[in-house]
Design a protein around this ligand. Structure first.
Ligand code: DC
Length: 218
C-alpha cells in the first residue's frame, strides 16, 4: 500500500475542501468517499429501490453499477453525475443507504484499491477506522454545529438550491445521528488521529496545521 492520509469527520466540517488542497500540495491523488456513497444512492434511487427494500433487490442494482471517481469527478455507468449527487434528496438517501452492510461491502475494495499504486488523500466517515486503519496519517476534522449548518446552507445556495440555516441545522442533526450511531462503521475519532476543530479557523490555517502534522514525523 502507498501512503494514505485519511481524513474523517461529520458533514460540513470542511473535509472535501481541505483534502483537495492537501492532495494538490503533496501531489497525492484525492478520493471523496462520500461521492461514492452518493453515487450508490443515486443508482438505487434511479432503479426505484427504497430504503426498506431487501438486500436481493439492492444487490441486483449494485452488481450492474459502475462507479468511478476520477480527477475530482464521479461517474455512474460512464455518466458524470457530480452535480446530480449533490441534491437534498441524495444528501438524505446516501446517509440512509450507507448504513447498510451490502452497500458498505460493495464499496470497500474499490476504496482500498485506490491506494495500491498511488499515494492518496482520502476523506469520509470511516476512512481512518475501517477502510484504512493503518493509514500513514489520520486526521479528524470537526466544527461546531452552527458553523457546519452555515457552511452547508451556503454550499446549497451557491448551487442555486434554497436552504435556510434552520433546514440545514435539522438535516445535519439527522445525518450526524445516522452516520455516527449506525451499527456498521459509524463515524468516530480513532485514538491516533489528529483532532482539528475548524470552527474558528480559516481554510489556510487548517491546511497549515495538517501539513505541519504530516511533515512532523516519518
Ligand atoms: O461526505 P458526504 O456528505 O458526501 O457523505 C454522504 C453520506 O455518505 C454521509 O451522510 C454518510 C455516507 N458516508 C459514509 O457512510 N462513509 C463514508 N466514508 C463517506 C460517506
Amino acid at each position: 500500500m502507498k501512503k494514505v492520509i485519511a481524513i474523517d469527520g461529520p458533514s460540513g466540517a470542511g473535509k472535501s475542501t481541505i483534502a483537495r488542497l492537501i492532495a494538490k500540495e503533496l501531489g497525492f491523488d484525492y478520493l471523496d468517499t462520500g461521492a461514492l456513497y452518493r453515487a450508490v444512492a443515486l443508482a438505487l434511487r434511479n432503479s426505484g429501490i427504497k430504503p426498506e427494500d431487501g438486500d436481493d433487490q439492492l444487490r441486483d442494482v449494485l452488481n450492474n453499477a459502475s462507479i468511478i471517481f476520477k480527477n475530482g469527478r464521479i461517474f455512474l455507468n460512464n455518466r458524470d453525475v457530480s452535480e446530480d449527487i449533490r441534491s437534498k434528496e441524495i444528501d438524505h438517501l446516501s446517509s440512509v443507504f450507507s448504513a447498510k452492510k451490502i452497500v458498505r461491502d460493495f464499496l470497500l475494495d474499490a476504496q482500498r484499491n485506490t491506494a495500491v499504486t498511488t499515494n492518496i488523500v482520502v476523506e469520509g466517515r470511516d476512512t481512518t477506522t475501517v477502510v484504512f486503519p493503518d493509514a500513514w496519517k489520520k486526521i479528524y476534522l470537526d466544527a461546531s454545529m452552527e458553523e457546519r449548518a452555515k457552511r452547508r446552507s451556503l454550499q446549497f445556495r451557491e448551487r442555486g438550491i434554497k436552504m435556510s440555516i434552520e433546514e440545514s441545522t435539522k438535516n445535519i442533526i439527522e445525518r450526524d445521528m445516522r452516520d455516527s450511531r449506525r451499527d456498521i462503521a459509524p463515524l468516530k475519532k480513532p485514538e491516533d488521529a489528529l483532532l482539528i476543530d475548524s470552527s474558528n479557523l480559516s481554510i489556510g490555517l487548517v491546511k497549515e496545521k495538517i501539513l505541519e502534522f504530516i511533515r512532523a514525523e516519518p
